[in-house]
Design a protein around this ligand. Structure first.
Ligand code: ZN
Length: 162
């Protein structure tokens, strides 16, 4: 398989910026290029699809709609929970990000939307749900994954294994 272009089973190193509503939200500046293995859902689908076929040195502006990014904002994705249902030692305050277990035991991200009396309202929308994402990406390196990375379906960065 060719490793000259972005495609399935290739490890991509990219520099990027992410703007939402004209505001810089995230960037590889200062933290170095982001590495990801293509074809395993490691980055949002809308960005990965647009990067296929890019070569080292190529850069591109990519606009990702919510459905191909972090999802549409769901007005129903809120839940009210009695404060007493949380462990006493857990800091529950507005905007706190929590991981809660649903009825099937799956971990789900939630953010505390509001607290009234003894009732906590959780918002299960991703913080960027409903947002149009404006990426600028530049491919700085391409390489083959190690057997272990391919086996796990994600990149192992230096000194970092999971
Ligand atoms: Zn791993």
């Amino acid at each position: 398989m060719s490793k000259d272009t972005v495609g399935d089973g290739v490890v991509v190193s990219m520099e990027y910026t992410l703007h939402v509503d004209g505001e810089l939200l995230d960037s590889s500046d200062g933290q170095g290029p982001l590495q990801f293995l293509v074809g395993y859902g490691n980055i949002i689908s809308g960005l990965e699809e647009e990067m296929r076929g890019m070569k080292i040195g190529d850069s591109k502006d990519v606009v990702v709609q919510p459905k191909d990014g972090y999802g549409e904002f769901d007005d129903e994705a809120f839940m009210q929970v009695p404060r007493n249902d949380f462990p006493k030692e857990m800091p529950v305050e507005v905007d706190a990000e929590l991981t809660v277990r649903d009825n099937e035991g799956n971990a789900r991200y939630a953010r505390v939307e509001s607290i009234e009396d003894d009732t906590v309202t959780l918002n299960f929308n991703h913080p960027l749900a409903g947002d149009e994402l404006h990426f600028h990406v530049k491919v700085v390196a391409l390489r083959e994954p190690t057997d272990e990375e391919l086996d796990h379906g994600h990149v192992h960065e230096a000194g970092h294994h999971h």
